[in-house]
Design a protein around this ligand. Structure first.
Ligand code: ADP
Ligand code: MG
Length: 349
C-alpha cells in the first residue's frame, strides 16, 4: 500500500509528536486546528486553520487527506461521524461517543465487568443532596474536562450546599479513592487480538495535572498483569484501532480501578519516544495506516517530568546531559497550569 496522508484534528503537543513520528517513517501529515498559533504547525507538512464546525474548511481538509485521526477527544461526535462518511476516521467515532462522557464511559466499563469508583449522575440540587453517602467525592462535569478542569473535591455536605452549580451542564459525582498510586497502560491495537502493549507507567499528579511519569512502575505483578489484561479487554471491546491509554487508580488496599479512557496518544507515554524502539506516536501512525506491526522493545528505563507554566523559562536556558531529552512545545504564550514542554531522562535497564 502507498503511504497514506494523515489528517490530524488538533494542533497541540500531541499533534506535534504525531507529526514528527509520521515524518520519521515517510508519512505526510496535515493538521487541522482552530488555533492559528498551534504548535503542531511547526512539525506537520501542512496546516489548516478553521473552526471545527466550519464545513467548507473541513471539506478542504478532508479532500487533502486519506485518513483522519485526532489528538484530543472532545471533537463533537457528529463532526467525526460526518467526516467518516467520506474519509475513514480512526479510532472510529462511536468510541468517542462512549468515552467523551464520563457517565457513559463508566457505564461501559462496568458493563464489561471492569472496576471503577462508585458514581452517580447529578442533574440538579436534589441529586446532590440524596447522594451525600458518596462523600468525600469528586464532582466533575461529564464532558469537556481535562487537566482537572471542571472538577471539585467535596468533603462534606456543607461544601455541597455552598456550590452554585450551573445545571445546564451535566455532572457526575465519584467517590474519592484513597490513592496509593496512579498508573496508566498504553496499548496500540492493529486489529483483532493484534496489539503492542507498553508496561504500566507510574504517574504522579499535582493539582490534578500530570507532573511525573516513570517506567518501571513500582507495583506488584498481580496489579501489573490485571492492568494490562483490562487494557487489552477494553481495546478489543471497543474494536479500537490506534493508540489508546487507560488511566488507573490503585487504592491503599491494592484495589485497581479504571479512572478514564483516553482514545488517543497520552502525556504519560511521552517517555516511550526515548525508552522504546517504537514510540506510542509511531505505533499510532503505523496502526491507523495499516503498516506492519513491529514488536516493541524497551531499551531504557525512563522518567518524564512535565514542564508546566513558568518551568519552561528555566529549562530553555539549561544544558542537558546525554541521557536527558528536552522537548519545548513552542507555545507562543506561557500560561499558568499550561503544559509547555517536558524532559525525559533515560537510564540503563
Ligand atoms: P482529567 O480528565 O482532567 O484528567 P481525571 O478524572 O483523570 O480528569 O482526574 C484528574 C486527577 O484527579 C486524577 O488523575 C487523580 O489524581 C484525581 N482524581 C480524579 N478523580 C478522583 C477520584 N475519584 N478519587 C481520587 N482522585 C481522583
Ligand atoms: Mg485524567
Amino acid at each position: 500500500m502507498i503511504n497514506p496522508i494523515i489528517g490530524i484534528i488538533g494542533g497541540g503537543q500531541l499533534g506535534s509528536m504525531l507529526a514528527i513520528a509520521a515524518k520519521k517513517i515517510n508519512i505526510k501529515t496535515i493538521i487541522f486546528s482552530d488555533d492559528i498559533d498551534s504548535p503542531a504547525k511547526n512539525f506537520s507538512d501542512e496546516f489548516l486553520c478553521g473552526s471545527y464546525d466550519d464545513e467548507n474548511k473541513m471539506k478542504e481538509f478532508i479532500n487533502k487527506v486519506d485518513i483522519v485521526t485526532f489528538e484530543f477527544e472532545n471533537i463533537p461526535y457528529k463532526t467525526l461521524k460526518k467526516i467518516n462518511e467520506s474519509k475513514r476516521v480512526l479510532p472510529k467515532p462511536e468510541i468517542n461517543k462512549i468515552v467523551q462522557n464520563r457517565l457513559s464511559e463508566k457505564d461501559f466499563l462496568n458493563k464489561i465487568n471492569i472496576n471503577t469508583t462508585k458514581y452517580v449522575s447529578i442533574k440538579n440540587d436534589k441529586d446532590l443532596k440524596s447522594n451525600i453517602d458518596l462523600l468525600p467525592g469528586m464532582l466533575k462535569t461529564c464532558t469537556m474536562g481535562y487537566d482537572g478542569k471542571g472538577q471539585y473535591k467535596i468533603n462534606s455536605s456543607q461544601e455541597l450546599e455552598n456550590l452554585k452549580l450551573d445545571f445546564k451542564k451535566e455532572f457526575i459525582l465519584e467517590k474519592l479513592i484513597n490513592l496509593k498510586k496512579e498508573i496508566s497502560v498504553i496499548i496500540t491495537r492493529y486489529g483483532r487480538e493484534r496489539y503492542e502493549i507498553y508496561e504500566p507507567i507510574e504517574n504522579v499528579h499535582e493539582d490534578q495535572i500530570l507532573k511525573y511519569s516513570k517506567i518501571p512502575s513500582d507495583i506488584n505483578t498481580t496489579i501489573s498483569k490485571k492492568s494490562e489484561d483490562w487494557a487489552i479487554k477494553i481495546s478489543e471491546e471497543l474494536d479500537y484501532i490506534g493508540t489508546l491509554c487507560i488511566e488507573y487508580f490503585i487504592d491503599k488496599n491494592d484495589n485497581l480501578y479504571v479512572n478514564e479512557i483516553a482514545p488517543r496518544v497520552h502525556n504519560s507515554g511521552h517517555l516511550t519516544i526515548n525508552s522504546h524502539n517504537i514510540s506510542q506516536f509511531e505505533n499510532h501512525i503505523r496502526a491507523i495506516s495499516g503498516l506492519d506491526q513491529i514488536k516493541i522493545k524497551k531499551i531504557y528505563d525512563a522518567k518524564m517530568i512535565n514542564l508546566i507554566g513558568d518551568d519552561i523559562s528555566t529549562y530553555r536556558k539549561k544544558k542537558f546531559k546525554d541521557n536527558e531529552f528536552f522537548f519545548d512545545y513552542l507555545k507562543k504564550e506561557i500560561k499558568k497550569k499550561r503544559k509547555m514542554g517536558h524532559l525525559t531522562v533515560i537510564e540503563k535497564c
